[in-house]
Design a protein. Structure first.
Length: 153
């Protein structure tokens, strides 16, 4: 259960999805000190690995607990958050903006996110958050372009 709760972040008593996303952002924060910062390809690979591990783990958690999309399972938030920071300058302001945008899309679940959630099982659990990450990323890219920032780092 340590992996499913992302080292306990998913056990936060209020808003475990937000806590899981905060856990992912907290994990990324020290990487701001690296020179050069991690490439988007490294982040993409990390998200892909988390997704590939998360699909069977989420299915197992549902089966073992009888809960549908258990709130304490937060690897989907971690993978989705990583998607939200892909190909944007790796800066604290962008990590924070991605956090906010990801949570908005993950909670609001605009089309087709809600439909993807209905797929069910581990795939449904993971893929709706990946789509929320894509929406957050597109929104952040748009904001950066409007602000005149360079993107696609």
């Amino acid at each position: 259960m340590v992996a499913a709760t992302f080292f306990g972040w998913g056990r936060f008593p209020v808003a475990p999805g937000t806590a899981g996303t905060l856990g992912a952002a907290t994990l990324c924060a020290p990487l701001l000190l690296l020179d050069p910062p991690p490439s988007s390809w490294w982040i993409l690979g990390s998200s892909a690995l988390i997704t590939l591990a998360g699909i069977p783990l989420a299915s197992w958690c549902e089966r073992e607990t009888g809960e549908t999309d258990p709130g304490w399972f937060v690897l989907d938030e971690v993978a989705g958050y990583l998607v939200s920071i892909l190909f944007v300058p790796f800066q604290a302001i962008n990590l924070a903006g991605a956090f906010l945008l990801f949570r908005i899309f993950d909670v609001a679940k605009p089309y087709p996110i809600k439909n993807l959630e209905r797929i069910g099982g581990g795939i449904g659990i993971m893929v709706d958050d990946l789509m929320a990450g894509i929406y957050a990323n597109i929104s952040l890219q748009f904001i950066l372009i409007c602000m005149g920032s360079s993107i696609f780092t």
